[in-house]
Design a protein around this ligand. Structure first.
Ligand code: PLP
Length: 425
């Protein structure tokens, strides 16, 4: 006899209040922020914690240089600008991402062009890139989504062949590796977010990496109003070009530094949880964990569950099965969330090409004027329809919770017909 679903009055599998939120906060974090408070150094790209974080992040990633910024979006915009992209230039990126990736391209009056994903890794499919390259293409912007690295060798090969810059959106992939090399060191420029949810959290914040001195100098100007602001030089108060205000607060730098001390340990726990869940789900009809190619050591920003009704002999779509399970799982105390609801190019900002207004950047005289977004991205649509995100697969949660999750999936699988019936009501 399968146990009674919580929706039918049974005992929920996960006790309420058990799932803890990210990130874990410690006394070390508190002391790091308070030390800044007491130090008198609250501000500036040459403040002690800013410089220390830049040095430590570059060392961690394996690049020569890093910059602190105030968001992942700022980092990507700085990358687009530093690479010399501008009005009408085309940047090829993934149809499946948070739209900030593409917004940062628009911020510089450049034009995003989208490719569909590899259905197994949910990152951009390198086989679809070349058909999108035109005389206007200047860069490829792969996104390491959910902590999974994009397949970088073929991407870099295409970039070399067509003389394109590679900018990594690594906002969801701090510490993930591709063939042993960390994200942020896999392209010409790497971009990270440190917003509350990210593997390396500062509440808000961002990081930027490169080996290229020219890009570094350009990005640093972009970060501070177009000026050159250096620790060992009198500030000139002269803007060399258009810039933004992408400086982080010194509290945030200190907080990120404190979290960075524990990043590897946290990522190791995420991997342990993910490996355990994926093994267990392989034995439970109706669900699968994420696929991991040989080249990748993901850092599991999100733990992705795919819905496989055919494994249970159910004649419904993955999406119908997913929606039914989400409802029953919520009652069991298991969060199976939805993230993106459509491919990025299907959002109104692209469909209507609103941008700055007056058609820019799409009808800007420097561009092709040809980029439109009316096509479908079938693999992205399938991925969105057939997957959900399991909450709490990170510390300070423990294996105890992961074991309860497995019990919960088992219960939902055993009660599959009833789960579907309850969703129809
Ligand atoms: C979070 C995120 C961003 C933006 O980072 P912010 O710090 O929120 O600006 C960009 N791309 C991806 C893939 C992200 O997950």
């Amino acid at each position: 006899m399968p146990s009674t679903l919580a929706l039918d009055g049974g005992q929920p599998v996960v006790p309420s209040g058990m799932v803890q939120s990210w990130p874990p906060l410690t006394q070390a974090d508190r002391e790091a922020v308070l030390a800044v408070f007491d130090s008198g150094h609250l501000h500036g790209t040459s403040a002690p914690k800013a410089l220390e974080l830049q040095e430590k992040w570059a060392a961690y990633v394996g690049t020569k240089y890093a910059l602190v910024t105030n968001s992942g979006t700022a980092s990507i915009h700085m990358a687009v600008a530093a690479a010399g992209l501008g009005p009408g230039d085309e940047v090829i990126t993934s149809a499946f991402t948070y739209w900030s990736t593409a917004a940062a391209v628009l911020h510089h009056n450049a034009v995003p062009v989208f490719v569909d994903i590899d259905p197994r890794t949910y990152t951009m499919d390198p086989a679809l890139i070349e058909e999108r390259i035109t005389g206007y293409t200047r860069a490829i912007l792969p996104v390491h989504i959910h902590g999974m690295v994009a397949d970088m060798d073929p991407i870099r090969e295409i970039a070399r062949k067509h003389n394109l810059v590679v900018i990594e959106d690594a906002c969801q992939a701090h510490g993930a590796t591709y063939k042993g090399v960390k994200t942020g060191a896999l392209g010409d420029i790497g971009c990270f977010s440190c917003n509350r949810s990210k593997n390396l959290s500062g509440g808000e914040g961002g990081l930027w990496t490169t080996d290229n001195e020219e890009y570094l100098a350009h990005a640093a100007k972009l970060r501070e109003f177009g000026e050159v602001v250096l620790p060992d030089r009198q500030r000139e108060y002269n803007a060399y070009g258009l810039g933004w205000m992408y400086r982080p607060h010194e509290f945030v730098n200190a907080f990120i530094l404190a979290q960075l001390e524990r990043l590897d340990e946290y990522n190791a726990q995420r991997r342990q949880f993910a490996n355990y869940l994926t093994k267990a789900l392989a034995e439970i009809p109706g669900f699968e964990g994420p696929y991991t190619p040989d080249y990748a050591d993901p850092c599991y920003f999100s733990y992705v569950v795919s819905f496989e009704p055919q494994q249970l002999g159910l004649d419904v779509t993955p999406e119908t099965w997913k929606r039914a399970v989400q409802k029953a799982a919520a009652a069991e105390g298991i969060g199976l969330g939805q993230w993106q609801t459509r491919p990025v190019p299907s959002q109104d900002v692209f469909r209507d090409r609103v941008g700055y207004g007056k058609g820019c950047p799409w009808t800007c005289p420097y561009g092709s004027g040809q980029v439109r977004y009316d096509e479908e991205y079938p693999r992205t649509l399938d991925f969105i329809a057939g997957h959900a995100y399991l909450s709490g697969v990170y510390p300070p949660n423990t294996m105890e919770l992961m074991k309860l999750y497995v019990d919960g999936f088992q219960k939902l699988s055993e009660n599959a017909e009833r789960v579907l019936e309850l969703a129809r009501d």
